[in-house]
Design a protein around this ligand. Structure first.
Ligand code: ADP
Ligand code: TYD
Length: 206
């Protein structure tokens, strides 16, 4: 495959959407073809699954939740992401399998390695070239969301210690695979964060 696969991770409200849009604009200004996408919900099927996962009333068993995310991911990678990478395009994606390890693994009660293996199987082992983690304390992310007056989804409504476990899980994942991850202090300014990402992506593009 000739394209570049960049994923963004971090808590809800950590600044992923902001940085994805800035990075995509910069890449396009450099002449690259960019696909912006997200999980859950990057495809038609994914939109239906996203509604169920995030907005269905009532309990979803933890393993069922993990499988719903993996089903969304499998279809998304097969129908949208791999074809774009095969065309040589740059895919900039909001969340990928590290979200499942962090949220369904550390955040919930499942074994993180088992959760990861489900996604590896679901995607036929497609790993990102770069994963940017925007690292912010759970309390800061929550304040930003409240300021934006967004409607909370099922995961966002979890207690702060859940989000703190998610954050710690991301940092542990990054420490295990330093070659793939770029961890950035998400409390820096939007422009400073953007510049750090551009520096790293420029390196990857050679
Ligand atoms: P996410 O996609 O991770 O949920 P967003 O990009 O939507 O995050 O950002 C959440 C909120 O925080 C938005 O109101 C955004 O303007 C603000 N924000 C993003 N980055 C920063 C930053 N570095 N410093 C302060 N506020 C930020
Ligand atoms: P998202 O729409 O990216 O939320 P935000 O923009 O607020 O960060 O993600 C929706 C929620 O789904 C988010 O709370 C994290 C959760 N999630 C998982 O629990 N597991 C996963 O595998 C993915 C992709 C997301």
């Amino acid at each position: 495959m000739t394209g570049l696969f960049i994923t963004f991770e971090g808590g809800d409200g950590s600044g992923k959407t902001t940085q994805i849009n800035l990075l995509a604009s910069w890449l396009e200004s450099e002449g690259h073809t960019v696909v912006i996408t997200r999980e859950p919900g990057g495809t038609d099927l994914g939109t239906e699954l996203r509604n169920i996962i995030l907005h269905r009333e009532g309990f979803i068993a933890p393993r069922a939740e993990a499988l719903l995310y993996a089903a969304d991911r499998s279809h998304h990678i097969h129908t949208l992401v791999r074809p774009a990478l095969q065309r040589g395009e740059i895919v900039v994606q909001d969340r990928y399998l590290d979200s499942s390890v962090a949220y369904q693994g550390a955040g919930r009660v499942l074994d993180p390695t088992e959760v990861r293996n489900i996604s590896v199987w679901a995607t036929e082992n497609l790993m990102p070239d770069l994963t940017v983690v925007l690292d912010v304390p759970a309390s800061v992310a929550k304040e930003r969301q409240a300021a934006g007056e967004r409607q909370y989804d099922r995961l966002e409504a979890e207690a702060e210690d859940f989000h703190t476990r998610v954050r710690e899980s991301y940092l542990a994942l990054a420490a295990e695979e330093p070659g793939r991850f770029l961890v950035i202090d998400g409390e820096s300014s939007i422009e400073e964060i953007h510049q750090a990402i551009v520096d790293k992506v420029s390196d990857l593009l050679g």
